[in-house]
Design a protein. Structure first.
Length: 694
């Protein structure tokens, strides 16, 4: 393929070795290893410091440098591990490329394990993947053959991760296939691990809890059964023989129809500890997910806490409980899950979702760092003021043997990896925050833009004044506002989960057929009726507020002190409820929906003005996605306002733009979409995973 001079399909991500301004560097390193070799190569390929400078790489243990941290000093990168050196190299090069000053000092990672969780199926499809098929798995007769092309892609993937500090990946969907653990598939896992290793990435696998019965020929998968325990011990040994630095297992158990220890009358702790017992001798860990809820048990937002708090103190030290940031499910906005800080004797790790399942998928431009920053900086008050989620999980407050953070990957085979050029920023941001959970979204956006859309042609690496003023600043502002805009046009003021059936993309506040689990339908969450709207989680309602430490409990419990952004999360309020800012709840709702839409229109203008500064391919791709985002934001606004208006019986405030769609048409179009989806599924004879009944 002949590419035009400026063709840029985005494959190089933020790693664009400058083809100009390159300067020679003299790298001195006494030790040798595959990791150090990469470190040296990276320096030689991208050095933009003083021409002919010497740089010493010193691997020597130093108690101030933790784990894979490093120290940048004059003419030296020092680390306790080879990988620390590599991270130091990437930090130095990033600073050179962004024109930031090279700060001397020690840089330690916030978390020991910084992982991507791939929800990749063994047939190559990806659950909630919007950027093409899996980079690890595919369908067909030759699906397990490892090609040179595979290896090249895995190497590029590993390099991109290492460059932002990500050091592990779970390679398959948490809705796991038992086949994952068969020798055929493990052979491919070994091949992947071999490519990822020199970049410091460990591989992990999601496992199906019933594997002993499904593929081991046993009559049970009861975690206390000696035969089952032996089976897992043997399986773990087999894995470590192939992959000596294997990271461990990720487990979704007794959740959304997945098997688990409760099927045998055992607890989550029994299940996790049994696996941890097998992995422990090899240094492996178990990441046990807390994403559990049953229709029979009332408010879904309360269930993870109710189920896991009684188990605090019962988990082995190589078990980490993995909890989503919010108590429900990766919504555009949720309060933090009350598990954080409350499980004091257990390691708890945050699970973030990089793939934008509920945030416009690979169509909407939504920069997620502000959402993660809001979450990490949320104060749990568990150990007094300042007990942020970040500090509750990174080992600052509780003595945890292991610390970790995971992000559900948004990576697929698309040329630009993530489907949307700006979705790459979310992969980047996850890595940067996993390395340093105190970074600001602003800093991350700034770096990412400079690295991803570098100055071309001028011979300078640093952004010119014009480029900064006309491109960097407005684009950065657009990124920083984009998440709040999405919240506004989708579900402002604490509304949540009002998506239509199953694909979690468009609005469906009306969608609630009787044959579907209630807690999978929007009416369960918004509770709209003539008397008001919102989910009552106060002490008079589901009492979810009581899972939060004071002063949060009281603050959330009273609509007068509850932050507006969580108002309808915690309260069911009349349509004419008077907001803190004056005006009624109904008017405020309308204003938010409209503001979100107007903001996307403004993003279109911002981007059009960026044209002179961007290559035509990425410019056009983003421009066209913004158009679609705008059409969708309009649909969100119209659908939600017209639907809720049936109950509020009030006019849309006269000073905001009127809806342009009819409610019946929107509902009809949505029904048609759902029907054709079901039809296709029936034709493929593909049972809906979510048809599991409790
Ligand atoms: O967000 C929901 C998704 C499911 C997912 C589940 C989970 C992997 O809709 O597709 O399944 O959460 O996190 O387990």
């Amino acid at each position: 393929m002949v590419l035009s001079l400026h063709a840029d399909e985005g494959h190089r991500l933020w790693l664009r070795s400058p083809n100009q301004n390159l300067r020679p560097v003299n790298v001195i390193c006494s030790a040798q290893s595959a990791v150090l070799e990469i470190a040296k190569q990276e320096l030689e390929q991208s050095w933009q410091g003083k021409s002919g400078a010497s740089l010493v790489l010193t691997v020597q243990s130093d108690e101030r440098i933790r784990g894979d941290g490093f120290r940048l000093g004059p003419g030296e990168i020092r680390a306790s591990t080879d990988l620390g050196i590599l991270y130091g190299v990437y930090e130095l090069l990033r600073r050179q490329q962004t024109g930031e000053s090279v700060r001397e000092g020690i840089f330690n990672p916030s978390y020991e394990r910084r992982l991507l969780n791939h929800w990749d199926n063994l047939n190559g499809t990806i659950e909630r993947g919007y950027a093409g098929h899996s980079i690890f798995w595919r369908e067909g007769n030759d699906s397990l053959t490892v090609t040179e092309q595979d290896k090249t892609l895995w190497r590029e993937y590993a390099r991109a991760n290492a460059s932002v500090g990500i050091n592990g990946a779970a390679l398959n969907n948490v809705n796991a296939s038992p086949w994952m653990l068969t020798p055929e598939y493990l052979g491919r896992v070994k091949a992947i691990a071999d490519v990822l290793r020199p970049y410091g990435m460990q591989v992990y696998l999601s496992i199906k809890f019933s594997s002993p019965a499904l593929i081991g020929g046993l009559s049970t998968s009861d975690p206390l059964d000696p035969g089952v325990i032996q089976w897992w011990h043997d399986k773990v040994k087999e894995i470590y023989t192939l992959i000596p630095d294997f990271g461990g297992f990720l487990v979704k158990a007794n959740s959304e129809g997945q098997p688990g220890p409760q099927d045998f009358g055992r607890t989550h702790a029994d299940g996790a500890n049994m696996l941890a017992g097998a992995l422990g001798p090899f240094g492996g860990i178990v990441m046990w997910r807390a994403f559990v809820y049953k229709t029979s048990e009332g408010d879904r937002a309360k269930q993870a806490y109710s189920e896991f708090i009684p188990l605090d103190g019962q988990f082995r030290e190589n078990v980490i409980v993995q909890s989503k940031n919010g108590p429900v499910d990766f919504q555009p906005r949720e309060p933090f899950s009350p598990l954080f800080g409350a499980m004091k004797k257990t390691s708890v790790m945050p699970e973030l979702q990089i793939t934008q399942e509920y945030l416009g998928q690979s169509i909407h431009l939504v920069f997620l760092a502000p959402m993660w920053e809001e979450f990490l900086k949320s104060d749990t008050f568990q150990e007094g003021k300042g007990s942020t989620v970040a500090r509750c999980t990174d080992g600052s407050l509780f003595p945890q043997k292991h610390t970790a953070i995971a992000g559900v990957s948004n990576i697929g085979l698309d040329a630009n990896w993530c489907g949307h050029d700006f979705a790459q920023a979310n992969w980047y941001a996850f890595g940067r925050l996993a390395w340093d959970n105190t970074l600001t979204s602003e800093q991350i956006a700034d770096e990412w833009i400079k690295l991803t859309f570098p100055e071309t042609g001028s011979g300078s690496v640093v952004f010119s004044k014009d480029r900064t003023r006309q491109f960097l600043n407005p684009v950065k502002q657009m990124m920083l506002e984009s998440r709040e805009a999405a919240v506004d046009y989708m579900m402002p003021l604490g509304l949540h989960h009002i998506f239509s059936a199953d694909d979690h993309y468009g609005p469906g506040p009306w969608w609630g057929p009787r044959f579907v689990r209630k807690d999978w339908t929007p009416p369960y969450y918004h509770q709209a009726e003539p008397g008001g709207v919102g989910f009552d989680r106060t002490i008079k309602g589901s009492d979810a507020v009581s899972q939060y430490h004071e002063p949060l409990k009281s603050q959330f419990n009273d609509p007068k002190t509850c932050p507006d952004m969580f108002l309808l999360w915690f309260h069911h309020l009349p349509w004419d409820y008077e907001m803190k800012s004056g005006g009624t709840l109904w008017d405020a709702l309308c204003t938010h929906y409209d503001a979100g839409l107007q903001q996307v229109r403004a993003f279109q203008k911002t981007w059009d003005r960026a044209e002179p500064w961007v290559d035509p391919e990425r410019f056009t791709a983003v421009q066209s996605k913004l158009r679609e985002q705008c059409r969708n934001a309009q649909i969100w606004k119209d659908a939600c306002l017209l639907y809720f208006q049936q109950f509020s019986r009030r006019p849309v405030p006269y000073d905001i733009e009127r809806p342009v769609n009819d409610l019946e048409d929107l509902i009809q179009a949505d029904n048609d979409r759902i029907m054709s989806r079901f039809r296709r599924r029936a034709e493929r004879n593909d049972p809906d995973r979510k048809d599991h009944r409790e």
